[in-house]
Write a protein that binds this ligand. Structure first.
Ligand code: PLP
Length: 384
């Protein structure tokens, strides 16, 4: 049987990984500033993470949500402390799309309404309502199309206010990424987030902060919305939560009530997933990785801004983007195949950096040297 061909892949096979580095089957080492798409939060194969998962696997790997799983309570407790939201409630699932799907559904159960407000260039996942709230018609199948989602311009407080004035009582939820990832590293402004929060409160709508990519410490605070001093009603989380183990969740403000059967999942919150998620939080706390993300991220952005060929260096913490001029459009490929550095992209011309939150300054320096070397080499090659 062949694989269903949906991914454009790089011709590289990774067989080993440690910290911010990975190795291919030829023994070639790569610096990983992509983290498998913002997933590697505490670094590859962290010894505490490997040990905790191994220990758990030797005890019990899985049982369903029909019994007590004290690890879930332990995880909720730790997450409450680290996110400074002990009064919220945790629901565990398996992926970012599933987290958003559950958040949107819960909001609708809560207020009995149907309209979802999403924004231009948003990405919320590939399942039914999550993809309907994603601003990319190419990945929305006819069966996912719905009049229940309305797209407004990102960071446009006036447009949002005008919409709420006309339709506020129909809005079930507003879903927004604190920093758009797939959309090209665009920060929601503090004013915009505050307007969402205020309008949702005034009109009985639910504010959903999609923190799947920008959350879990990546921005240098636990949730990127914390930079604006704003509380959402529901935060959705995935990627960095399990450092590669598929685990996701939503945390829910106390005024949203649950009832039996309202949400559910077979795999979500299983023993092994909780062990992985706990290991991540333990390492984040012990090694102060959120502060590290803030410091190394600031340093990287300051230094990248000194490279004249790179424009619009932006982001927060270790969620960084910059744009390339046309003559450097091959830079990302050259970084991978010549300099042996993984980075991410966003169309049409943005490089995204989404490394482990444990990235060291000397690895940031290695990247800065390599990118300058490559830009220089590309300039020499294009000279007549
Ligand atoms: N939300 C955001 C902001 C994302 O970046 C992604 C994935 O890139 C998702 C949701 C979907 O997550 P998953 O691929 O785990 O379903």
């Amino acid at each position: 049987m062949k694989l269903f061909d949906v991914y454009p892949i790089n011709d590289i096979t990774i067989v080993k990984a440690k910290g911010s580095y990975v190795w291919d089957d030829q023994g070639q080492q790569y610096l990983d500033l992509y983290g498998g798409h913002a997933v590697i939060s505490i670094g590859h194969t962290h010894p505490h993470y490997v040990q905790r998962i191994t220990d758990q696997l030797n005890k019990v790997g899985f049982y369903s949500n029909s019994i007590h799983i004290p690890l879930q309570e332990e995880l909720a407790d730790k997450l409450g402390k680290l996110s400074s939201r002990p009064e919220y409630r945790l629901f565990l699932c398996n992926s970012g799309a599933e987290a958003n799907e559950n958040a949107l559904k819960l909001a609708s159960f809560h207020n009995g309404r149907k309209k979802v407000v999403a924004f231009s260039k948003s990405f919320h996942g590939r399942t039914s309502l999550a993809v309907a709230a994603t601003d990319n018609p190419a990945i929305v199948a006819p069966v996912n199309q719905t009049d229940n989602v309305v797209f407004l311009p990102f960071n446009d407080e006036a447009a949002l206010g005008a919409y709420f004035t006309r339709h506020g009582e129909e809005v079930s939820s507003v879903i927004v990424e604190g920093i758009q990832g797939v959309g090209g590293i665009s920060e929601a402004s503090a004013g915009f987030l505050r307007a969402i929060s205020r309008l949702c409160k005034e009109h009985g709508a639910v504010f959903i902060a999609d923190s799947v990519q920008c959350g879990y410490g990546r921005s240098g605070k636990f949730f990127s919305q914390d930079h604006a001093g704003v509380d959402a009603d529901i935060y959705t989380m995935a990627k960095g939560m399990g450092n590669g183990f598929p685990v996701a969740g939503i945390i829910i403000a106390p005024h949203l009530q649950g009832k039996h059967g309202m949400l559910g999942t077979t795999f979500g919150g299983n023993h092994l997933a909780c062990a992985a998620a706990l290991a991540v939080l333990e390492v984040m706390e012990r090694e102060q990785l959120i502060a590290n993300a803030a410091q190394v991220g600031d340093y990287l952005m300051t230094e990248l801004r000194k490279i004249p060929q790179l424009t619009r260096v932006r982001g927060k913490g270790l969620m960084i983007g910059f744009d390339l001029p046309d003559e450097l459009k091959e830079l990302r490929k050259n970084l991978l195949f010549k300099q042996r550095i993984f980075t991410g992209e966003a169309r049409p011309n943005t490089i995204r950096l989404l490394p482990s939150l444990a990235l060291r300054r000397k690895d940031a320096d290695a990247f800065l040297d390599s990118i300058q070397e490559e830009i220089h080499a590309m300039a020499l090659n294009t000279q007549p």
